[in-house]
Write a protein that binds this ligand. Structure first.
Ligand SMILES: Cc1cc2nc3c(=O)[nH]c(=O)nc-3n(C[C@H](O)[C@H](O)[C@H](O)COP(=O)(O)OP(=O)(O)OC[C@H]3O[C@@H](n4cnc5c(N)ncnc54)[C@H](O)[C@@H]3O)c2cc1C
Length: 408
């Protein structure tokens, strides 16, 4: 096949308009402006719900690269430059504002139920929505979150094509799994806090305890402190989570979890406005993120995927190979980040780094030598070193090279 210099025009469907779907649309519009994009969103409108969100330097690089830095700096609550923190709705608004032609390309109240992909690349993929309507596309990108309908169809098909124990394994990968962690979250108006030991409005802090930790950082230009208070349920990982995945809770319930903690922590949890509890669920380590002309992605994958789709040689016929490049590059990275995050969670929960035999009651009483705490700090730094030591731009260069090697 003779590759074309510019990529063939493709009709791309994106399922979901969370951070992942919006970023993907922005990247695609920038790098492959000839492609036609449609975003199908289950909700009736854009929703930037939730409390705070932190963006680390590795991804900030990408946001700067595509020209969003100034707008994001306007919206951030960050007063130090190690990690950029936002009220979710403010970050969401910047992304929505940067999607071109959104009134035309975003289709609300379109909950994807399943898709079907003919074997021939000349025939379009058909999407079926909950309201009974259908749509077609050349390429389907599933950024429809942890309960992804795209993953459901993809892994049902993979399981149907496999045999015996492998088929069962693949079927088990359809549903998410509980991490064994719940998080209480919400915002504290900064003017409610008095006589704190630390300047909570200016520094991001992690308070560590046995099976629990709490993070706080400023959002909305320092007007609010975002609080995420995580509680690990020993042996809960992998078990089904009983109850709704998120629900309102009382301030008293959160305060009771931290009753013996530092006075700053007690102040914080006592003043969370409308606190809620969230079960933290995860996707299992999938053996692939792609099948044919369909790919799964999270909120950090869009940059590399759009880079790949913008390369010469990418056409309807070569889409499966192009997506294999995406899978080869992004899946190991995202699964490695998942493994490391899980390990760091255990370190902060004082379950590693020499704290294995300290009980929750002993940890609450405190009085441990500073060296023991230093060991936790050193372990966290070591586990998170990759954030500063690696650059997504290396993956960007590698993506271009791999497409050239395989497709052109
Ligand atoms: C409590 C909590 C705190 C977090 N804090 C941070 C943080 O500080 N920093 C950070 O980087 N990450 C954080 N995360 C993780 C981050 O929120 C997720 O990684 C991110 O939201 C994933 O983005 P997404 O676009 O892939 O999915 P989502 O944000 O879940 O978006 C999916 C979208 O798809 C839509 N959708 C769902 N199903 C369908 C369907 N069938 N058809 C059509 N549309 C559909 C949904 O309505 C939604 O709009 C946190 C997560 C939780 C739970």
């Amino acid at each position: 096949m003779v590759p074309s210099e510019t990529p063939q025009k493709l009709r791309i469907a994106i399922a979901g308009s969370g951070f992942g779907g919006l970023l993907l649309a922005i990247f695609l519009q920038k790098y492959c402006p000839d492609h036609e994009i449609d975003i199908y969103e289950a909700a009736h409108e854009f929703g930037g719900i939730g409390a705070g969100v932190a963006v680390w330097p590795r991804f900030w690089q990408v946001l700067r690269y595509i020209g969003l830095e100034d707008q994001l700096l306007e919206a951030t609550g960050t007063l130090n430059k190690e990690v950029f923190t936002f009220h979710r709705s403010q970050l969401h608004k910047v992304l929505v504002d940067n999607v071109k032609d959104k009134d035309k390309i975003v289709h609300f109240s379109k909950r994807l139920v399943s898709y079907s992909e003919p074997a021939s690349v000349d025939e379009p993929i058909t999407l079926t929505f909950k309201d009974g309507t259908t749509a077609t596309c050349d390429l389907l990108l599933g950024s429809d979150g942890i309960r992804s309908a795209v993953r459901h169809t993809m892994y049902t098909e993979l399981a149907n094509e496999a045999e015996g124990a492998r088929a069962e394994e693949l079927r088990e990968m359809i549903d998410p799994v509980w991490s064994g962690v719940v998080v209480y979250r919400g915002l504290v108006p900064v003017d409610q806090l008095q006589n704190t030991k630390l300047d909570l409005g200016h520094v991001a802090i992690i308070y560590a305890g046995k099976h629990k930790y709490l993070t706080s950082y400023a959002v909305s230009r320092g007007e609010f402190i975002n609080v995420a208070a995580l509680v690990g349920i020993p042996d809960g990982e992998g078990k089904p989570y009983e109850g709704p995945w998120s629900a309102p809770v009382t301030q008293e319930e959160v305060a009771a979890q931290y009753a013996t903690w530092d006075s700053d922590v007690q102040q914080l949890v006592k003043h969370i406005e409308k606190p809620s509890i969230w079960a933290v669920n995860t996707v299992r380590y999938l053996p692939t993120y792609v099948k044919g002309r369909v790919a799964l992605l999270g909120d950090a994958d869009g940059f590399i995927l759009a880079t790949i789709l913008s390369q010469p040689g990418v056409s309807r016929a070569t889409l499966p190979e192009a997506l294999e490049v995406y899978d080869a590059l992004r899946r190991p990275v995202s699964q490695d980040v998942h493994r490391r995050s899980r390990q760091t969670g255990h370190t902060i929960n004082l379950e590693r780094a020499g704290w294995e035999n300290v009980s929750a009651a002993e940890s609450a009483r405190g009085g441990f030598p500073k060296e023991m705490l230093d060991r936790v700090g050193a372990a966290i730094e070591e586990e998170m070193a990759w954030v500063g030591a690696s650059s997504i731009m290396d993956d960007h260069a590698r993506a271009c090279e791999m497409v050239r090697e395989r497709l052109v």
